[in-house]
Design a protein around this ligand. Structure first.
Ligand code: 5AD
Length: 356
């Protein structure tokens, strides 16, 4: 039995809140739902940004293929394994591997090898979420067989017209949605997400995004506020960008998704932290339950600037983790070490028992 489908008007009403006491009430309500369905645990997934080489040219993204100001990099196999081992030794239950989108065979096989090697180095214990964009069903299967079990593929917006305005003609909304279908068929825990505050996006679009999440029955959501990047076609928006409004909108979407989708995993993303130093903690208080600390070697971080002001450019991974854990504990939440922190919704959707 599914939870009831919300109406567009009730979503819109909640997303329209701006009064601070009403906002507090919204976040509290979402937090209560999180407590009921998930508890007060937070799962860390160490994110490794493998490569900024990207075949896509999304108008909003700092690592779009036509941005020639970016120095392109790929982390070596050995370095990825070192970072994954570090995560394992720190007690992280899972890691996330992400990169710009590429679909040539050498790259696909390189990822497959990495997944096997990470499983190996962690005795099969590290959970692996991957985020490598649109691929064929066979490739998704190959990576699942290698040991990845969760996949993140943001749809960016569920409005096909808006999608067209944000991407070149050869990027297809329909293909992206189809990829989400493949991921589900193949057997992943499937995550998607959008950006909030995109140029031309309305609150009605965001309400439709929530309905889209409900209708495709997602297991996980990773979404964040749009933050303009100077070297993109939206670079002219950098000067007038309002961080406070963007943060508020980001938190509202988390809260609304938690209230209506209830038992899914929701990430409190780095983009929230870019807007306010404790943005990710605020995300947890608005209903999120996953944090993805950046464990990529600091020497690569300059190269993965999807938006302006991406934080932790110089901070090393141990420091990031300790200060984050202190803040989370102070909020009354517990970091769940050694657990995969799978989506409870996935097990319900597939009638399976939860394992790790
Ligand atoms: N602002 C916020 N998020 C962005 N992303 C890409 N560019 C931006 C931006 N300017 C997000 C996209 C993508 C994810 C990896 O990063 O949603 O799916």
């Amino acid at each position: 039995m599914r939870f009831p489908r919300p109406s567009h008007s009730e979503l819109l009403e909640l997303l329209s809140i701006t009064d601070s006491s009403e906002l507090d009430a919204l976040f509290k309500r979402a937090y209560e739902v999180k407590k009921q369905y998930i508890g007060t645990k937070v799962w860390f997934r160490g994110i490794i940004e493998l490569s900024n080489i990207c075949s896509k040219d999304c108008y909003y993204c700092g690592i779009r293929s036509s941005n020639t100001n970016v120095k392109r990099y790929t982390v070596s196999h050995a370095e990825v394994i070192k970072e994954a081992r570090w995560c394992y030794e720190q007690g992280y239950g899972s890691i996330v591997l992400q990169s710009g989108e590429r679909s040539n065979k050498a790259w696909i096989d390189q990822i497959t090898d990495l997944i096997y090697a990470i499983k190996d180095v962690s005795d099969g214990k590290l959970g692996i979420t991957i985020s490598f964009g649109e691929q064929s069903k066979e490739v998704y299967k190959q990576w699942l067989d290698a040991g990845a079990h969760r996949y993140l593929l943001r749809v960016e917006t569920s409005n096909p017209e808006l999608y067209k305005k944000l991407h070149p003609q050869n990027h297809s909304f329909e293909s992206r949605v189809q990829s989400l279908g493949y991921l589900k068929e193949v057997g992943y825990q499937v995550g998607t997400g959008v950006m909030m505050g995109l140029p031309g996006q309305t609150l009605a679009d965001l309400a439709n995004d929530v309905l889209f999440f409900y209708d495709i029955d997602v297991d996980m959501i990773g979404m964040g506020p749009f933050i303009p990047h100077k070297d993109t076609p939206f670079g002219h928006l950098v000067d007038s960008f309002d961080e406070t409004t963007a943060l508020q909108l980001g938190l509202k979407m988390i809260a609304v998704c938690r209230i209506f989708l209830r038992d899914i995993n929701i990430a409190s993303t780095t983009a929230l932290q870019a807007l306010k130093s404790d943005g990710r903690e605020l995300g947890l208080l608005a209903g999120a339950n996953i944090i993805m600390p950046n464990v990529t070697d600091t020497k690569f971080r300059e190269g993965y600037q999807l938006y302006e002001g991406k934080p932790n450019l110089n901070e090393n991974a141990s420091e990031t983790m300790q200060s984050l854990e202190d803040k989370i504990t102070a909020m009354g939440e517990t970091v769940a070490y050694g657990e995969w922190g799978d989506s409870a919704h996935f097990f319900k959707r597939t009638n399976q028992e939860k394992t790790l």
